[in-house]
Design a protein around this ligand. Sequence first.
Ligand SMILES: Cc1cc2nc3c(=O)[nH]c(=O)nc-3n(C[C@H](O)[C@H](O)[C@H](O)COP(=O)(O)O)c2cc1C
Length: 166
Amino acid sequence: MIIVYTSKTGFTKRYADLLAEKTGLLAYPATKVPRELEKEDILYLGWMKVGKVQGLNKVQREKIRAVCGSGTGETAEPDPETVIARNDLAKIPFFYLRGGCFPLKEQKGVDKLMLTAFVRMLKTREPQDSKTEEAIRIIVEGFDGVKAENLEPVLQWLQEEGEWRQ
Ligand SMILES: Cc1cc2nc3c(=O)[nH]c(=O)nc-3n(C[C@H](O)[C@H](O)[C@H](O)COP(=O)(O)O)c2cc1C
């Protein structure tokens, strides 16, 4: 098995690197999988955009054994069931990994427009509970949620699958 990832701003890559370091599995960006490893099974990691795990279409679907999606929420957003349905992941394990983001003023292009619109929408949401306030603050100020301990369920799965021994 190999680790394959798609990371735009580096948070998902950090998880891929942590996993590779811990397990000895090789990790590659989805666009740079060496030809001789194209037949390997894949543990896929991708950043999430509006509930879609990015880059999944860049690898052979039937080789993917499990998917990790990284986002900024405490849990997968909009919610785990929607993410599983939206990415067609009903038949394989899905793990959510809390990633992070750079402050809104450092974002560029379409991403900045989308996040600005999202913040505007969140500000009109009723009620303005602490979860909504936190979501706004994370996008505006930036946030780093990458922690090695978040990988525990993935490591456990790798162990159960016989792909890694502690
Ligand atoms: C335009 C845009 C849309 C996003 N949509 C979601 C989302 O639907 N759910 C979520 O949890 N995170 C969402 N995020 C946050 C990223 O998925 C998160 O910051 C991720 O950890 C970034 O990973 P990367 O640094 O590897 O690119 C979005 C970010 C951007 C820029």
